[in-house]
Design a protein around this ligand. Structure first.
Ligand code: SF4
Length: 370
């Protein structure tokens, strides 16, 4: 198990107008149309999420880090985000991990990455220094860093949108204080990289924060998106299998147990978005067996797909948010159907495709210009 720790310096403060001083540079002005457009992806403040919150980063920093780890012949190890992607749509997994088609993070994902980096640095400090004033100072320094990042620059935000970016990030960061008192947490480490084998499957993952508690180790994962909505017949005892967020942290618990023989006591998902709060789940040997079995089963299906070069398309409403839609006939046909029945939201990126916009309501959308 490899450990990585955060490093901070305290420069810059965010004032009541959202300005970051010293190192931060912002001066809100009149919004422009392009700014509002950039802020209309699912998961943005004031917007209702689609099922499974498409467009909202599932694992925030994990996916970005994972992209840097991939080899030319596909991912050498399975991560929770890969596993979920394959479950959602094997064809999308192929586009993302084998063909490596571009899938740049959207605004919500970049905000999540920024908020994560601030909390990582904050929680790596001695407990008495984990205050909102110091979080503001860290945010000033981290914003200077992220503003030079290509993912941030690709968003092409104007000044008003940058101001909103900072406010959304700061809102997310301060949600932590509504869930827990950061000064009372016994942090063992932050941003813990796990590279190990779980039940023989090569596994990679990134634990946002590893704590100690009177009961034992606690694994924490920050989510800046929304919680999964439990189905009407969902069984609370099966949440570790049915809720992808809980499944992810339970897999981390399995990896830690396998690596160190020290079974964590608890896993937590801390929601720092519009709907904040936490899900805490006790770790038991039975739950670890369940998630390990699912990992092994999915790894087997991915291996079969790679050998047979068969990657099934599983089209759904989520195709409207798929970065690879223009490459996928099944997805296009599905999006057109949802568009014709008025079920596709205007905010879906697919609606920006000209032929969908042009024919909306006409009932005659085609793939001609796809
Ligand atoms: S458009 Fe839909 S079916 Fe096609 S790869 Fe994306 S999610 Fe899968």
């Amino acid at each position: 198990m490899e450990l990585e720790t955060g490093h901070i310096s305290t420069n810059g403060h965010m004032d009541d107008n959202g300005n970051m001083g010293e190192n931060g540079h912002m001066s809100p002005s009149e919004p422009k149309a392009v700014d509002d457009e950039a802020l209309t992806e699912p998961g943005s403040a004031g917007q209702e999420a689609e099922p499974a919150t498409p467009g909202v980063p599932e694992t925030d920093s994990e996916q970005t880090q994972e992209q840097e780890q991939e080899q030319d012949f596909g991912p050498p190890a399975l991560s929770p985000s890969q596993l979920k992607l394959y479950d959602d749509c094997p064809k999308k997994w192929k586009f993302r991990y084998l063909e490596k088609l571009p899938d740049p993070p959207g605004l919500a994902a970049v905000i999540g990455t920024f908020a994560h980096s601030v909390l990582e640095a904050l929680m790596n400090l001695p407990p008495e220094q984990r205050t909102q004033d110091i979080a503001q100072a860290i945010a000033g320094q981290k914003f200077d860093e992220i503003s030079r990042d290509k993912d941030f620059q690709r968003l092409n935000l104007g000044k008003p949108a940058i101001a909103r970016f900072k406010w959304r990030a700061w809102d997310s960061i301060t949600k932590l204080w509504t869930i827990e008192d950061p000064q009372q947490v016994e942090v063992i480490d932050v941003e813990v990289k796990l590279t190990t084998k779980v039940s023989g499957v090569p596994f990679v993952g990134y634990i946002d924060r590893l704590d100690n508690s009177p009961q034992g180790l606690v694994i924490n994962d920050y989510k800046s998106g929304k919680p999964n909505h439990p189905g009407p017949n969902s069984d609370p005892n099966q949440r570790h299998l049915e809720d992808s967020h809980v499944f992810q942290v339970m897999l981390y618990a399995a990896a830690v147990t396998e690596e160190s023989s020290d079974m964590p006591a608890k896993v937590r998902v801390l929601y720092l978005g519009e709907l904040n709060g936490q899900i805490a789940e006790e770790v038991t040997p039975a739950k670890l067996e369940d998630v390990q079995a699912k990992l092994v089963e999915t790894w087997g299906r991915i291996s079969d797909s790679r050998i047979s070069q068969t990657f099934e398309a599983k089209p759904s409403i989520l195709c409207g948010w798929c970065a690879f839609l223009a490459h996928c006939q099944e997805g296009m046909e599905t999006v057109i159907q949802f568009n014709e029945t008025g079920k596709l939201k205007d905010s879906a990126p697919a609606m920006k495709l000209k032929q969908i916009l042009f024919n909306r309501g006409a009932g005659s959308a085609t793939l001609d210009s796809a």
